[in-house]
Design a protein around this ligand. Structure first.
Ligand code: HEM
Length: 161
């Protein structure tokens, strides 16, 4: 597991103290709720698009797919921002956990996959939704599995740290 510099860990912890997350369960619960809203927006955007790529949800057109993808990006930004704040309560403990690092690795993999896929689709300029092929279906399945695994690891953290 990577070792972060002690100065970074103590600055991170200071952030939690300054914002009151460490002292107030109401503030912590609010940030935690916002984290869950971010997850809901992310997965709520990803799931219908992935199912469309897998050949279902035929009524979803290009414009709807683009809107859902933007919703998912907003959800990811909210989940990542609030996630950084949640860690600030006890950064040394969280960052010593392999479950946390596995979650980071999967978030990075899932995000890289989404960016790569977006880039390929923009370059090809082919209206692939008309006849979703095996590559699109594989990408939809990978996306679903990766984000489900991130959700599973996120829940697991509570029992591992
Ligand atoms: C950089 C991004 C993220 C960071 C730093 C982060 C960090 C955290 C932390 C510290 C917790 C609290 C764990 C505990 O209970 O002690 C948590 C909970 C959780 N996270 Fe994240 N997270 C991030 C992004 C995400 C994303 C993108 C997802 C899902 C798509 C996700 C899913 C979850 C879930 C399901 C929980 C459990 C929520 C609950 O049961 O209250 N996280 N995360």
């Amino acid at each position: 597991m990577p070792e972060l510099p002690p100065a970074l860990i103590s600055t991170w912890q200071q952030l939690g103290q300054t914002l009151g997350l460490a002292q107030s369960s109401a503030i912590y619960a609010t940030v935690s709720a916002a984290h869950i809203v971010g997850i809901a927006l992310l997965f709520g955007g990803i799931a219908p698009v992935a199912l469309r790529f897998l050949g279902g949800m035929a009524s979803l057109g290009e414009a709807a797919v683009r809107s859902l993808q933007r919703l998912a990006v907003g959800g990811l930004v909210l989940a990542a921002g609030t996630g950084v704040l949640l860690i600030s309560v006890k950064p040394a403990d969280y960052l010593a956990s392999p479950v946390v690092w596995a979650k980071f690795a999967l978030i990075a993999t899932a995000t890289a996959h989404a960016l790569w896929f977006h880039w390929v689709r923009r370059r090809s300029r082919v209206p692939v939704l008309d006849s979703p092929g095996a590559a699109l279906a594989a990408s939809g399945a990978a996306s679903l599995l990766l984000w489900l695994a991130v959700i599973g690891l996120g829940r697991w953290i509570a029992f591992a740290v």
